[in-house]
Design a protein. Structure first.
Length: 18
C-alpha cells in the first residue's frame, strides 16, 4: 500500500510498502 494520508503506515513501512 502507498501513503493514503496515514503517516504511521509510511513510517513503519519506511515510506515504501509493497
Amino acid at each position: 500500500m502507498r501513503d493514503d494520508g496515514n503517516g504511521a503506515w509510511t513510517a513503519r513501512a519506511g515510506t515504501r510498502a509493497g
